[in-house]
Design a protein around this ligand. Structure first.
Ligand SMILES: O=P(O)(O)OC[C@H]1O[C@H](OP(=O)(O)O)[C@H](O)[C@@H]1O
Length: 309
C-alpha cells in the first residue's frame, strides 16, 4: 500500500528533502483516501487521521511534513458524505503538490537574483530549493563556481555534485570540516531549510550552524531558500522544533561500535542556525530578513491561533 511504503521510504530516507517529503506524504494521503472503503463520514475522518499520524511520525524535524498533512486534513473539517470528503481530500492534495512545485520555481527565480557573475557559492546538503536558485542563475548565463560539502553521515553532497556537474557548473567537493578553511574564498552561502522558527532561526542539515557561524565571522552572506510551508506555526507558542537523532549505525557500523563499550555515538540529523547568522530567507512570496518569519506564519500558513493550542 502506498501509505505504508511511503512512510517507510520517508523514514529510511529513500524519499528525502523537506519539500519532497511533504509532496510524497500528501500523495500517499490522497491515495489512501481514494482507496478507503468505508461508508460512514465519521469513520472516514478517523481512518484518515490515523493515516496522517503515521506519516507525520516518520521524521520529526521537517515541519513541511505536518504542515502539508494538516493542509490536506483541513479539507475534512466540513462534509456530509464520504464521497464529498474524498473529493475534497483529493482536490486539496493536488493543490498542495502544485503549489509546492510552483513554490520551488518561484524561489529559484527570486534566489537567482542574489547570485552574481564571478561569485563563489557554498551549499550544504541537498536542497531542491537552494539548488533551484543556483541552477536558475546558471541558466541565466551567470558564471560562478560552487563549493559543495560531503554531508556526513548520509553523504547527500554526492547528489548535489552530480546535479551541479550535469548542469556544467564548476564545483569543488569538500569534506564538511573544510568549510572554515575555504570560507574566505566564498561570496555567498546558499542552503535550504527543514524548518524555520518564528524568531527566524533556521533548522537545517547538521553542520549548517557551523557553516553560518564561519560565514558570519568572514562577513560572507548566508541565504536560506525555503517554501512558506517550512515555517513552524507552533513556535509562536514557544514550542521548540524537535531535532531528529538517527541511528548511530549511520556514523559507525554496529560491529565497530560494539568493540567500544565506553563510546556512545551521537547522530543528530539537524541543527539550529540563529537568525543573526542569516541575511535573507527566500520564499515563494519574496525574500525576507529572518526577523519577518512571524509575518509568513501569520499571513501565508493560515493556521488559526486556536489550532495551535
Ligand atoms: O526541501 P529541500 O529544499 O529539498 O531540502 C531542505 C532540506 O531537507 C534536507 O533534509 P534531509 O536530507 O531529508 O534530512 C536537507 O537538510 C535540506 O537542506
Amino acid at each position: 500500500m502506498l501509505l505504508s511504503g511511503t512512510a517507510a521510504s520517508i523514514k529510511n530516507m529513500e524519499i528525502r528533502g523537506a519539500g519532497r517529503i511533504a509532496r510524497a506524504a500528501v500523495e500517499a494521503l490522497a491515495d489512501y483516501a481514494e482507496n478507503l472503503d468505508v461508508s460512514d463520514p465519521e469513520t472516514f475522518k478517523q481512518e484518515m487521521q490515523k493515516a496522517a499520524d503515521i506519516l507525520t511520525a516518520t521524521r520529526p524535524t521537517a515541519v513541511s511534513l505536518p504542515n502539508a498533512v494538516r493542509s490536506v486534513m483541513r479539507a475534512l473539517d466540513s462534509f456530509d458524505s464520504v464521497g464529498a470528503a474524498r473529493d475534497a481530500v483529493l482536490a486539496r492534495a493536488a493543490e498542495f503538490v502544485d503549489h509546492s512545485e510552483h513554490a520551488v520555481e518561484r524561489i529559484a527565480a527570486i534566489g537567482a537574483r542574489h547570485i552574481s557573475d564571478g561569485d563563489v557559492l557554498l551549499t550544504h546538503c541537498n536542497s531542491e530549493a537552494a539548488l533551484g536558485c543556483i541552477l536558475e542563475a546558471h541558466r541565466q548565463g551567470k558564471e560562478f563556481e560552487v563549493y559543495a560539502t560531503e554531508v556526513r553521515p548520509r553523504g547527500q553532497g554526492l547528489i548535489t555534485i552530480r546535479t551541479l556537474n550535469d548542469a556544467g557548473i564548476r564545483t569543488n567537493y569538500i569534506v564538511d570540516s573544510a568549510v572554515r578553511y575555504f570560507i574566505n574564498d566564498v561570496d555567498l552561502v546558499v542552503v535550504g531549510a527543514d524548518a524555520i522558527a518564528v524568531n527566524g532561526a533556521v533548522v537545517n542539515k547538521i553542520g549548517t550552524a557551523q557553516i553560518a557561524h564561519a560565514a558570519h565571522e568572514a562577513r560572507t552572506n548566508v541565504i536560506v531558500a525555503a517554501e512558506t510551508y517550512k515555517f513552524a506555526p507552533r513556535t509562536i507558542l514557544g514550542e521548540l522544533i524537535e531535532i531528529e537523532e538517527r541511528d548511530p549505525d549511520e556514523v559507525l557500523p554496529r560491529e565497530a561500535a560494539e568493540e567500544l563499550p565506553f563510546v556512545r555515538v551521537r547522530n543528530p540529523a539537524f541543527d539550529v542556525t540563529p537568525a543573526e547568522y542569516i541575511d535573507l530567507i527566500v520564499t515563494e512570496q519574496g525574500a525576507i530578513p529572518p526577523g519577518l518569519a512571524f509575518t509568513v506564519i501569520r499571513d501565508y500558513l493560515g493556521w488559526r491561533i486556536e489550532e495551535l493550542r
